[in-house]
Design a binder for this molecule. Structure first.
Ligand code: ADP
Length: 490
């Protein structure tokens, strides 16, 4: 099958979070399984050009209709670790993707509406006719809308699979986007069964458009599919998902087992597997040396992730101090886009600067993240909500025991060592708590730290049980292939 992925990220060339990992990892596994996959992305000025091989002009003069005129674009093509990617560069006054950031402009809706339009125009003009177009998140929600309403006759019979990685960001804005993209027909799209936002009757919602118009909609774990439909974490789209429940499903993400492989990871000094876990301890030492932590007989707990409300920052903050209280070390690697949270953690870093048992690294650092996964004993993921969560799965791969809040994909992947009733003791792999208060987090951390100190053999056994799980892309990519087949023949 010929599949085109259209997204705003693809790791490692463009990565702000899990979306980038998913687009790369899924594409790679789909190719391994025999499909032809191409990826269309914006050409940001700040992406990691060092991860692109053979970047060259693929389509020099792409004229994309925008408002009453056209915007001239160039399309480049290159290989990102073996995946064929097309990068769209608009030559517009607004400099849509020349701003030194991926997200965060006041006009993000317009930037990604333009990208969506340009991606379709590129497929159309370059005679690419994929069997399935797979779109991701709000940034590409308008693609099925435009494909089925504006490009139906030009494009033929493409099918669209739309994956929602995060319901919190939906692309909500005014009608301007309709005039810009040529969808026009304000009164038509402002209907509640089309793009009208479920909360604000004067706004359009890109993600809702993606749900209504796509042939199939997925989110990134089965539990989150239920949560999004039935609880507040659907951020107002629950009713829409309920209406379209027959074409909506949760497919658990995977992680790329070549990128995340402690047996060959080029960012860690000592390779290891289930058979020689002693080398994990050497990575712990290397991590301590690198971050100037003292070398003592204590467990090392980490947090890796975006520092924002979703990730439960109040609990992340508490986990640092609780670790110190319970004789554990703590390493945090995180970046905050919100000024308040950023300032908070900067102060925290200054305050803890001289403490030899804690290190806060603020910013995005792919290389360091690998060493932390390899060197830490436990990883905390105390999210308020977590559609899938990759860090706990990477933790398993590196023998780092997750301590998680039981929400979203964490429910589908982490099974409490002491309390999980549905699994045998030898199938359990971490620690789970449910409430958002300090006491809940503390009790899970205390159980994990207690086991590390008082029953090291059992802790080691728990590590090995986690490493047994297969959270690679093998199974999720099969699920997606089945979905593609299903919508192709429907
Ligand atoms: P989300 O997509 O909500 O950000 P996920 O758990 O799905 O969270 O994915 C996070 C991914 O981003 C993981 O691969 C994690 O290692 C990586 N990551 C997050 N923050 C950082 C950071 N500051 N530095 C390096 N990698 C990070």
């Amino acid at each position: 099958m010929y599949i085109v992925q259209i997204a705003s990220e693809c790791a490692p060339v463009i990565k702000a979070g899990g979306l980038g990992d998913v687009v790369y990892g899924l594409s790679r596994e789909l190719e391994n399984q025999g499909h032809t996959v191409e990826i269309i992305l914006p050409k940001y000025d700040c992406m990691r050009y060092d991860h692109i091989w053979g970047l060259h002009d693929a389509y020099r003069d792409l004229w994309v209709p925008w408002y009453g005129g056209v915007i001239h674009c160039s399309v480049y093509c290159g290989w990102v670790h073996g995946r064929l990617c097309f990068f769209i560069e608009p030559h517009s006054q607004e400099g849509f993707f020349n701003r030194g950031y991926y997200y965060g402009g006041d006009d993000d809706n317009m930037r990604f509406a333009f990208f969506s339009k340009a991606a379709l125009e590129f497929l159309f003009k370059s005679n690419k006719r994929p069997d399935v177009i797979h779109c991701h998140d709000w940034q590409t929600g308008l693609i099925p809308v435009m494909l089925f309403d504006n490009y139906k006759y030009e494009m033929g019979n493409q099918r669209v699979c739309y994956t929602i990685h995060n319901f919190k960001h939906q692309g909500i804005g005014g009608s301007e986007v309709l005039w810009a993209t040529g969808l026009n027909q304000e009164s038509y799209y402002f209907q509640t069964d089309r793009l009208r936002d479920n909360f604000n009757p004067f706004a359009l919602n890109f993600m809702k458009g993606g749900i209504v118009y796509s042939n199939f909609v997925t989110t990134v774990s089965p539990h989150h599919a239920w949560e999004a439909r039935c609880t507040e974490v659907g951020y107002g789209l629950g009713h829409t998902l309920h209406t379209y429940q027959d074409k909506f499903r949760g497919v658990l993400n995977g992680i790329d087992y070549d990128v995340w492989n402690p047996e060959s990871d080029r960012y860690i000094p000592h390779h290891y597997s289930k058979k020689n876990l002693e080398n994990k301890a050497k990575n712990k030492q290397a991590l301590r040396e690198r971050l100037l932590l003292r070398d003592v007989d204590k467990p090392l707990i980490c947090f890796i992730g975006r520092l924002d409300d979703q990730k439960g920052v109040h609990l992340v903050h508490h986990a640092i101090y609780h670790s110190l209280l319970k004789d554990a070390q703590f390493v945090l690697l995180g970046s905050a886009t919100e000024a308040g949270i950023n300032t908070h953690f900067r102060h925290e870093k200054q305050f803890l600067n001289d403490n030899p048992d804690v290190h806060l690294e603020l910013g995005f650092n792919e290389e360091l993240s690998h060493l932390i996964y390899a060197g830490a004993d436990m990883i905390v993921v105390p999210s308020n909500f977590e559609p899938c969560g990759l860090t706990q799965m990477i933790g398993f791969r590196y023998g780092t025991v997750p301590i998680v809040r039981g929400v979203g994909g964490l429910v589908n992947t982490v099974f409490d060592r002491d309390y999980d009733q549905e699994r045998l003791p030898e199938q359990r792999n971490g620690y789970v708590f449910y409430e958002t208060d300090y006491a809940a987090l503390e009790s899970a951390m205390d159980r994990a730290i207690g086991l590390w100190y008082h029953a090291p053999d059992e802790f080691r056994q728990l590590v090995l049980q986690g490493m047994e799980y297969d959270y690679s892309w093998t199974y999720p990519a099969k699920d997606y292939s089945e979905i593609y087949e299903y919508i192709r023949h429907k």
